[in-house]
Ligand binder design. Structure first.
Ligand code: ADP
Ligand code: ZN
Length: 765
C-alpha cells in the first residue's frame, strides 16, 4: 500500500493538467459523500461501483466510489478545495468492482424513498467481498454413460448436466450430499474432469438457444406469455399481475419467459419467499434453463454470497433466484423480473431499513427498462387494486393445470359440537374421518395449525393469572418437548412456574398414587399438541411436523420435505410453513384445526392474511387428478375470510375488503407511515412519543395528512422496551417522505429512546 498524504493545493493552476482525478465516495456507515483523488494510471478502470480502500482519519477503511468527476467538475472542485474541501488519496492497492455504475441509480432511489443515507443502503445491499482462491471445479468429460453407474453417481452427473456442465466441487457436494468417494470414483472412471479455477467459466455461450416449451403450455399460460414477451423483445417497462389459482402453473409461465430473456442475451431475476427456496426449485430451474442459477438466501456463507454476487455482476451467471434481498443482485442486462407469491409478508424487511422487496422490484424494473411479473393465487389488495386501476396488466390462469375436480370445502362450526362429540380436544369427527379416509386410500394429508408449541399460555386455576414474558407484553408459550415456557418475540425461556405470581398459590405436590389437579391450566393448543392428539387418534399414521421449532435450519426443512415427498410421512402437521409452494402429487386432504387464529389480530390486514393463508394451504390438496378435500374448523363460520375461502372466490373477498379499506382510509387508498418510539423507561417512551407527535404534527402542517396517536403499540413491550406509535395517513408516499425527512432532521439523536420509521408498514403490532 502506498503512503497516503493530503494533496497539496496546486500552487500554479496554469501548469500542466493534474494527473490525479477526483471521485466522491461513501464510507459505510457514515453519512455523506467524501472527495478523494486517485491516479488513473494506477486504477485505469475505477468508476462508480468500485470498492476501494481509503485513508479515513488514521484508519484504512473500505469505501464505495459513487461518482467520478469530469474534468470540468474536477476543476471546480479543486477551486473549492483551495478554500475548504481537503482531498485525500485512494490507496493504491487494487480495487474491486462491487456493482456496475448503472446499478447506483437504484440504490440512490431507495435512499431517497426511505430517507436514509446512501451508505446505509450500500451496506445493506452489497455483500462484503470475499477473495476466492482457486478451488477444484468438476466438468462432464463427455464420456458415454454406462448402465453400471450407481444412483449417487448418476445424481452427480445429472446435477452437473443441469448446471450447464461445470460446478465447483464444494457446490456439488453440498447440493447432492455426495460422499467424496463417489466423486473420486467418477474421476477415476473418467466421467468427469477436474480443474482448479477461481470462477466457473462463462456459461451458455453464444448460440446455444434454449428450447421453448410453447407446445405444452395451456391456452391461458400461452396468453400470459404472449402479453409479457414483447417487453422482453423490445426492452421496455411493464408490470403484470399473474393471478393464477393454486396449481395453475405459474412457474411454467415464469420459465417460458426466462427462456425467452436468456435466448435474447438478457438476464432474469426471480424473487420468492425464503421458505420456497428448496433444492427442488433450484433443480427445476437449472434443468429447464441448462445453466447454473445463483441461489441467494440468508444462510449463505460470506464466500458463497460473494461468489454468486461476483458471478452475476461479471455476467458469468445470468439467472438469480432468491429471497427478499435478491432484488439487489447485480444483474447484467436485466431483461425480466419475477416476484412469486407477491402477497407474501416476508418480502417486507422487518428491521433496519424496512424496505418492501416487491415494491422495490417494481422500481428496479422501471429503472432497468424491463417487464416485471407479480404472481399469486391470492394477490395483496394493493396489487389487486393496482391491477384494477390499470397500473398493472392483469393476466389470469383460472384453472389448475391437471384437470382435477374442484376442491371440496367443508366448514365445521365448532360451536355446534358438544365437547363429548369431539374425538379429541381440537379435532372434530369430520376432520378425523377425512384423515382416516385419506390414509385408507393410501394418500397424504396436511394439517394446518398456525400456532407453535404445546399450549399458548398457562393460566392459574385459582386467580386466573396468565404467565407472561418478563420482557414483552405477550404470554409465554408452553413447549412440552423441553418442558419450558418460551417467548416467541424475544426468545426468553424459563421452566414452568411452581408458584403463581398472581396469588402466591403453589403447585400441589401429588401424594403417592393420587393425581392432583395442576395449578396451571394449559390454554390454547399449538402444533405440538395437535400432533400429539393425532398420534393418539391414529396410532398407525406416520406424523411429521413442520414449524420453526422442529426445523431450525434449511437442512432440517429440506429433510422433512424429502420425507414427505418420499412417502415416509402420512400426515404433515405444521404452521403457515406448510402452506407455501409445496407441489406434492399425493396430498389430497387438508385439515385446518382453527381458522380463527390470527383473525382477531389488531391489524387491518388480519382478514386479508387469513384469507390468503387458508386459500394457500387449501391449494396444497388435489394437485393432480384426484379430488382434494379441505376441512375447516371455526367458531366464526360467517366471517368473510372464511366464506370466501370456502367459495374459492377471491374476487368477492377482495371487493368486500376494499370497500372497508376505502371507508377507513387504509391502503391501498391511503399510504401509511408508522413511527415507533421505544425506550426502556416507560415514562421516557411516553414523553418522547408526545414530543415526536408534536414535531410530526408541525411537519404535516395541513397537507392532507392525518395523524393517529401517539398511542401504546398493540405489542406494548418487546425485549424490555416500551413502545408507542404514531400513524400518518396520506394520499401519496411523497407527502409521507417529506414528513419523515422533516421529523428526522428536527429531532436530535436520542440515547434513551429509539425512533423507527416504517413507510408502507406491514406489521401493525
Ligand atoms: P402454481 O405455482 O401456479 O401453484 P405450478 O407451477 O407449481 O403451479 O404447477 C402445478 C403443477 O402443474 C406442477 O407440477 C407443474 O409441473 C405442472 N404444470 C403446470 N403447467 C404445465 C405445463 N404447461 N406443462 C407441464 N406441466 C405443467
Ligand atoms: Zn419476550
Amino acid at each position: 500500500m502506498s503512503q497516503l498524504s493530503l494533496i497539496d493545493p496546486p500552487a500554479d493552476t496554469s501548469g500542466a493538467p493534474p494527473l490525479e482525478r477526483l471521485v466522491s465516495v461513501v464510507v459505510p456507515p457514515l453519512e455523506g459523500e467524501f472527495l478523494y483523488s486517485f491516479d488513473p494510471a494506477a486504477h485505469p478502470s475505477l468508476c462508480a461501483g468500485s470498492l476501494v480502500t481509503v485513508q479515513f482519519g488514521r484508519r484504512s477503511v473500505p469505501a464505495f466510489v459513487v461518482s467520478v468527476a469530469s474534468e470540468r467538475e474536477a476543476a471546480a472542485l479543486r477551486e473549492m478545495q483551495q478554500r475548504s474541501v481537503r482531498v485525500k488519496n485512494i490507496s493504491a492497492d487494487s480495487s474491486i468492482q462491487a456493482f456496475s455504475p448503472g446499478h447506483l441509480e437504484f440504490f440512490r432511489w431507495i435512499a431517497k424513498y426511505y430517507a436514509e443515507p446512501l451508505s446505509k443502503i450500500l451496506d445493506l445491499a452489497v455483500p462484503a467481498p470475499a477473495v476466492s482462491k482457486p478451488e477444484p471445479f468438476l466438468r462432464l468429460s463427455g464420456k458415454e454413460l454406462d448402465s453400471r453407474l450407481g444412483s449417487s453417481q448418476r445424481a452427480i452427473l445429472d446435477r452437473l448436466s443441469s448446471a450447464g456442465g461445470w460446478l465447483s466441487l464444494s457446490d456439488l457436494r453440498t447440493t447432492t450430499k455426495a460422499p467424496a468417494a463417489t466423486v473420486r470414483a467418477l474421476l477415476e472412471k473418467g466421467f468427469v474432469d477436474q480443474e482448479l479455477r477461481s470462477v466457473a467459466p462463462q456459461l451458455l455461450e453464444g448460440n446455444a438457444a434454449l428450447a421453448s416449451l410453447k407446445d405444452s403450455l395451456t391456452e391461458e399460460q400461452q396468453k400470459a406469455v404472449d402479453a409479457v414477451s414483447p417487453h422482453i423483445e423490445h426492452p421496455s417497462f411493464a408490470s403484470f399481475l399473474l393471478h393464477g389459482v393454486t396449481g395453475s402453473g405459474k412457474t411454467e409461465v415464469y420459465l417460458e419467459l426466462m427462456v425467452d430473456a436468456l435466448n435474447r442475451g438478457l438476464s432474469a431475476l426471480v424473487v420468492v419467499p425464503e421458505i420456497a427456496l428448496t433444492p427442488q426449485l433450484l433443480d427445476r430451474f437449472e434443468k429447464r434453463l441448462s445453466q447454473k442459477v445463483a441461489l441467494l438466501h440468508s444462510s449463505l456463507s460470506a464466500k458463497d454470497r460473494w461468489r454468486f454476487w461476483d458471478g452475476l455482476r461479471s455476467g458469468a451467471l445470468r439467472v438469480a433466484v432468491g429471497a427478499r434481498s435478491a432484488i439487489f443482485a447485480p444483474m447484467q442486462n436485466l431483461g425480466l423480473i419475477i416476484i412469486d407469491e407477491e402477497h407474501d409478508a416476508s418480502f417486507k424487511q422487518g428491521e433496519g431499513i424496512r424496505y418492501h422487496g416487491r415494491d422495490l422490484a417494481i422500481v428496479r424494473a422501471k429503472l432497468s427498462n424491463c417487464p416485471i411479473v407479480l404472481g399469486s393465487a391470492t394477490p395483496s389488495l394493493e396489487t389487486f387494486h393496482n391491477a384494477a386501476t390499470g397500473k398493472h396488466v392483469r393476466l389470469e390462469l383460472s384453472r389448475r393445470f391437471f384437470s382435477s375436480p374442484p376442491l371440496k370445502h367443508e366448514l365445521i362450526d365448532l360451536n355446534r359440537l358438544k365437547p363429548w362429540e369431539m374425538p379429541s380436544k381440537g379435532i372434530s369427527p369430520q376432520l378425523l374421518q377425512g384423515l382416516i379416509d385419506t390414509l385408507k386410500a393410501g394418500e397424504q394429508a396436511f394439517v394446518l395449525h398456525n400456532r407453535r408449541g404445546f399450549a399458548s399460555y398457562l393460566q392459574c386455576s385459582k386467580c386466573e393469572h396468565v404467565v407472561g414474558c418478563p420482557h414483552c407484553s405477550v404470554t409465554l408459550t408452553y413447549h412440552r418437548k423441553n418442558n419450558s415456557l418460551l417467548c416467541h418475540f424475544c426468545g426468553h425461556s424459563s421452566p414452568p412456574p411452581v408458584v403463581c405470581a398472581g396469588c402466591g398459590a403453589a403447585e400441589p405436590i401429588p401424594a403417592d398414587g393420587a393425581e392432583a389437579e395442576p395449578l396451571f391450566s394449559q390454554r390454547g393448543a399449538g402444533t405440538e399438541r395437535v400432533a400429539e392428539e393425532l398420534a393418539t387418534l391414529l396410532p398407525d399414521a406416520r406424523i411429521g411436523k413442520l414449524d420453526r421449532d422442529s426445523v431450525s435450519s434449511i437442512d432440517d426443512y429440506i429433510e422433512i420435505l424429502r420425507r414427505v415427498r418420499e412417502r415416509e410421512v402420512d400426515i404433515l402437521v405444521g404452521t403457515q410453513m406448510i402452506a407455501k409452494g409445496h407441489d406434492l402429487p399425493d396430498v389430497t386432504f387438508v385439515g385446518i384445526v382453527d381458522c380463527d387464529v390470527g383473525l382477531h389480530m389488531p391489524d387491518f390486514r388480519a382478514a386479508e392474511r387469513s384469507f390468503q393463508l387458508l386459500t394457500q394451504v387449501a391449494g396444497r390438496a388435489g394437485r393432480r387428478d384426484k379430488r382434494g378435500t379441505v376441512v375447516l374448523q371455526t367458531r366464526v363460520p360467517s366471517h368473510a375470510s372464511l366464506k370466501s375461502t370456502v367459495a374459492a372466490d377471491y374476487q368477492s373477498f377482495a371487493e368486500g375488503e376494499l370497500q372497508l379499506r376505502r371507508a377507513l382510509d387504509y391502503p391501498p387508498f391511503m399510504r401509511l407511515l408508522r413511527i415507533i418510539i421505544a425506550a426502556e423507561d416507560k415514562a421516557v417512551a411516553q414523553q418522547w412519543a408526545q414530543h415526536v407527535a408534536e414535531v410530526t404534527v408541525s411537519a404535516c402542517d395541513g397537507r392532507g395528512i392525518s395523524l393517529l396517536g401517539p398511542a401504546p403499540a398493540p405489542l406494548e413491550k418487546v425485549r424490555s422496551h416500551w413502545r408507542y406509535h404514531i400513524l400518518c395517513k396520506a394520499p401519496s408516499a411523497s407527502l409521507l417522505q417529506n414528513v419523515m425527512q422533516r421529523v428526522k432532521s428536527s429531532l436530535p439523536d436520542q440515547k434513551k429512546a429509539r425512533l423507527i420509521f416504517d413507510l408502507d408498514p406491514q406489521d401493525m403490532l
